[in-house]
Ligand binder design. Structure first.
Ligand code: COA
Length: 260
């Protein structure tokens, strides 16, 4: 598939999506959001892709937010539709993918950029990264899940302060409050993401997909995560991966998971 605003690669089981509008600090316009949806869907549907890494091009930004120039003149209805559609096709879509998604935050992750990173299953960052939800400085609030996912990750009080002050935090502070899992240099960011992806790929992709669903259900309205865990746990017993994983353990060899 041809894309204008993103680059997509697939090597050795790792799909890499790079948001590629460096002159606009990789801001998410409508076309980029649609392309991201298509790329995430294509990689997720390809059973050869075991992990997806999302990052930004250039040395300055992961994503500096939703493209402000596109919505500056929107009406109330258009504003609500922007948030609804974006959540549906990108942010909730990514959060609920079967394939693990790692955000490699290589610079500014602001507004929609941090919201995209938070929709990923977990985040790592380079030491120059700056993260925040500055929407109230524009007279609006985060609309791509930020008011929900930031408190889930860092706690309500810290999230309130970060949103109200429209502040930015650096990588070390983000690490300390649980927003990201690791900090490294810019050069080491993608190698680290790939190293973690390699560790993930040794395990059963089928079991990982069930684990993602069970963990996500803790944060989904109207679902009981413990019940989901019981169901998903049971389903695993009918998979080829479970047979292979347990047999390999008992035979004292490394499992070769068929991913089924
Ligand atoms: N939407 C649209 N364009 C954006 C953008 C966004 N969210 N963030 C940056 N850009 C554009 C700038 O308009 C500028 O374009 P231009 O060269 O055509 O004028 C280009 O990207 C470079 O940005 P610039 O502001 O010159 O870089 P900087 O290093 O001085 O500042 C930031 C970097 C991230 C602090 C600043 O760009 C910024 O505050 N961006 C908006 C962040 C934001 O509020 N995001 C939430 C949106 S809901």
């Amino acid at each position: 598939m041809n894309y204008e605003n993103i680059l997509v690669q697939q090597d050795n089981g790792i799909g890499t999506i790079t948001i590629n509008r460096p002159k606009k600090l990789n801001a998410l316009n409508k076309a980029t959001i649609q392309e991201l949806h298509n790329a995430f869907k294509t990689l997720n549907d390809d059973s050869n892709t075991k992990v997806i890494i999302v990052t930004g091009s250039g040395e300055k930004a992961f994503v500096a937010g939703a493209d402000i120039s596109e919505f500056a003149n929107f009406s109330i209805e258009q504003g609500a539709e922007l948030a609804r559609n974006g959540q549906k096709i990108l942010f909730d879509f990514v959060a609920n993918l079967n394939t693990p998604v790692i955000a490699a935050v290589n610079g500014f992750a602001l507004g929609g950029g941090l919201e995209l990173a938070m929709a990923a299953h977990f985040r790592i960052a380079s030491d120059n990264a700056k993260m925040g939800l500055p929407e109230v400085s524009l007279g609006v609030i985060p609309g791509y899940g930020g008011t929900q996912r930031l408190p889930q990750l860092i706690g309500k009080g810290k999230a309130m302060e970060l949103v109200m002050t429209a502040g930015m935090i650096g990588a070390e502070e983000a690490l300390a409050c649980g927003l990201i899992n690791h900090v490294t240099s810019q050069e080491e960011l993608m190698p680290l993401a790939q190293k973690i992806a390699g560790k993930i790929m040794r395990n059963s992709s089928v079991a990982i997909a069930h684990a993602i669903k069970a963990i996500n259900d803790n944060y989904t309205d109207g679902t009981n995560g413990f019940e989901t865990e019981i169901t998903q746990f049971g389903i695993c017993f009918g998979t080829e991966d479970f047979k292979e994983g347990t047999t390999a353990f008992l035979e004292k060899r490394k499992a070769a998971f068929p991913g089924k």
